[in-house]
Design a protein. Structure first.
Lengths: 288, 288
DNA sequence: ATCAAAATGGAATTTATATTCCAAATGCGG
DNA sequence: CCGCATTTGGAATATAAATTCCATTTTGAT
């Protein structure tokens, strides 16, 4: 197929040659496994079946653990790996490990690429943002805890007034929330921070606050959220990691880890989360 | 679990005791991380942020790899693990590995699973927006003409001052543009429309305008763009279809067709286009 | 039934990795 | 500015894992 050697077996001793290039992807690996599994001796086939059934274990287990799971000897595992074209178990495991994080495209490589082509065409940059945005969206489904999301919706639907706090990078998110709430007739206030309004007097105990901030966290957002908390309002935090300063406020945390391109991010995931939150709140309010 | 010591801390000197039971779940781990991250010294906090942002790497990396990723010493990683209550890295990694297999089901499976729970739940709605966002992004690369994009960048890079116009649904886009331009020291004005400022006096012939509007087109955006055009400024339009009212102004058109969920759209594509545009302009200005 | 070839199990060895230790650097209160 | 406690970087060590080797067993052909 891809074997381009001109005379595959001119040399009579080559008949038993098992020198193959190692599979370059998980798919290639399983393709090869499927086509050679029958020819394997008993124990090796036994192990092949095991990892066909438990492919996720390979990346995070040791030879000994896999051997025990498949009920074979560690040396059988080694022979299997070599039979499949790898130099050993470590090389095979590396493939399985890289495939996992492949979903989260190699950040360092990307950054370097951007710097290289820093002066490249706008379309290339757009393509970059599109791809990063897609990856961020995919990831969003795993970082947002459905239970926390439901709680956030409950809290916001119960609130008398919803206050939105978020500046700079987060401002597009809060301003879109404001638009959505307005359109659904949900009482909501966008704190644009223009006049340094005193939060303590504006926010009532029965209100709720949506605070949005990403590293490096905007001081004012933290301050305002802290004061809001002190006046008894519930806080829903849209932020990036659990170590965010908003964590201290016993806020309901909705986590979005957005990839950057250079110093900027596309905000796709944050916006999607925000709009889903807003629409859910609007729907739930109508039901009450 | 297997730690059955009867009196963990009979010693009264508990004040300095940092002997905590290791977290039993990923959630518990991140909860503890969130509550103690502030107290940690510099390097440890640095590492804490790294794994908060890259939790998926822990299961499949060595101490050395993580250390390099976070730009700290391997010994700092060890200290961090112990600070969090683990005996060492291996114990912590074991926790992450046990959680790992659950993440394997791919994107499509997750999406399907979320949908099953009916359109009622917020998570299902989120899944909806995520998928629509992905589709819109994909589409974006075909609807945006690379030549028009390059022209837009040229025009904006030449402009003395860049004016951004866009309200309601388009406001997140313009406000993000404003943030990006500010960060790159590009002279730009966000016309928030608060005080009905008279555009003719503000916009000079050597300026350029980015006008953003989608159907149903906001009157004020069209008006302002028209007046700006009259004073001789170039117009870059981010809009949805060629028949948009902005077409009449001989604007450079960048088309985004965003899909909606119900009455709302996620804005992913528009934001991505905007940020790519802004970064390109910033880069090109630096070259001049 | 007998031999040769292939496969297997388990121990020995090598290599990689986690962990500990300590000297140097840093930050902090007096 | 000085001394003390804390933190840090990097090398040294201990531990665990991968890999190889070889004696033993199994398989299959004659």
């Amino acid at each position: 197929m891809n074997d381009a050697s001109p005379d595959p077996d001119k040399d009579p001793n080559l008949a038993s040659a098992e020198i193959l290039a190692p599979p370059q992807s998980i798919d290639a690996f399983f393709a090869r496994l499927g086509s050679t599994a029958d020819r394997l001796p008993k124990r090796l086939k036994q192990f092949a079946n095991y990892i066909a059934a438990n492919p996720d274990k390979v990346a995070v287990s040791t030879v000994a653990e896999l051997a025990e799971g498949a009920d074979v000897q560690p040396s059988a595992v080694m022979r299997f790996c070599q039979e499949m074209g790898f130099s050993g178990f470590s090389q095979m495991q590396k493939l399985f490990r890289s495939d996992y994080s492949q979903k989260w495209p190699d950040y360092a490589t990307r950054l370097a690429k951007l710097r290289e082509h820093g002066t490249e065409s706008p379309s290339a940059l757009l393509a970059e943002f599109v791809e990063v945005g897609r990856a961020s969206l995919e990831n969003l489904l795993t970082t947002v805890d459905p239970i926390a999301l439901q709680q956030a919706v409950d809290v916001l639907a119960r609130a008398e007034t919803i206050h939105m706090i978020g500046f700079r990078r987060a401002f597009p998110v809060t301003s879109y929330l404001a638009y959505a709430f307005e359109k659904m007739d949900v009482p909501a206030v966008l704190h644009s921070g223009i006049a340094n309004i005193n939060m303590e007097h504006l926010i009532r105990p029965n209100d709720a606050v949506i605070a949005v901030t990403f590293a490096p966290y905007t001081e004012m957002t933290i301050d305002m959220a802290t004061k809001a908390r002190a006046s008894g309002a519930d806080i829903v935090a849209i932020t990036d990691v659990v170590t965010s300063p908003l964590a201290r406020l016993k806020a309901i945390q909705l986590l979005v880890s957005e990839l950057d391109v250079g110093a900027f991010r596309a905000l796709s995931a944050s916006l999607s989360l925000a709009i889903a939150l807003a629409v859910s709140v609007g729907a739930q309010r109508n039901r009450m």
